[in-house]
Design a protein around this ligand. Structure first.
Ligand code: TYD
Length: 231
């Protein structure tokens, strides 16, 4: 069985993480092995970098380099091996978040992000510790990309209300709503350019959001049937 790379994306407060448990249960019920992971993070090194990225102030290039360094370790050690085994990889955020947060949110150069994406996700040799990174001029169709991306779309003002008082905010969560408007626009732009995106209306109640997820997976032939309910 071939692997399936599924990512969840959206602005902070959109509610994506609350559906990962149910997704894991759903795919296991279909007889699939599931690898659950997240970015930044997913390996000991990448989790260490996550702490720096989420807590330390830094310029946007430094932040982008750290995010992609964490991703490289994660891709080599977790994502590629899991896909090679035929697992369903459920990943809470991936490179779309970099284009949305560092690119659209912080206004960092998207061309530099695209070049880093090609270095880190470029096809040849990925999966072996000794592999050289692919050339940044490698064809974009050889990039490791998610097979399907669930994009939790929610108005930034509503997301901010949901986040308020929930916990101590990290560096990104404490950004003003204007920052999240740019991030949301960045996601919308990414989603318009790739068929792998499924827009989930995250303003709905949690059960209805789950129903949208199940319907999208069913429509794409990724599950045979749903469980009918969330966890
Ligand atoms: P998030 O995924 O929301 O985790 P939690 O639910 O534990 O807060 O937090 C990760 C944060 O990192 C989020 O604010 C988005 C940010 N981020 C980037 O800025 N760039 C990236 O490339 C990634 C993967 C995340």
């Amino acid at each position: 069985m071939s692997g399936l790379f599924l990512t969840l994306e959206g602005i902070d407060g959109a509610g994506k993480s609350s559906h990962i448990d149910a997704l894991a249960v759903l795919f296991k019920a279909q007889g699939r092995n599931v690898t659950r992971t997240r970015e930044p993070g997913g390996t000991p090194l990448a989790e260490t970098l996550r702490g720096l990225i989420l807590e330390q102030p830094m310029d946007a290039l430094t932040e982008s380099l750290l995010v992609f360094a964490a991703r490289r370790d994660h891709v080599l050690k977790v994502i590629e091996p899991a896909l090679a085994r035929g697992d369903v990889v459920l990943c809470d955020r991936f490179t779309d978040a970099t284009f949305a947060y560092q690119g659209a949110g912080r206004g960092f150069d998207m061309n530099v992000l695209s070049a880093l994406e090609r270095w880190v996700q470029g096809g040849r040799g990925i999966g072996t510790e000794s592999a050289e990174p692919a050339s940044p001029t490698a064809a974009s169709d050889s990039l490791l990309q998610p097979d399907i991306t669930l994009w939790f779309d929610l108005l930034p003002a509503i997301a901010a209300e949901r986040l308020a008082g929930a916990r101590v905010p990290d560096k990104f969560e404490s950004q003003p709503v204007e920052f999240f408007r740019r991030v949301a626009a960045g996601y919308a732009e990414r989603a318009a350019g790739a068929e792998r995106f499924v827009r989930i209306d995250a303003s709905q109640a949690r059960d209805q959001v789950w129903q949208q997820i199940e319907a999208a997976l069913f429509d794409r032939g990724l599950i045979a049937k749903g469980t009918g309910e969330s966890l």
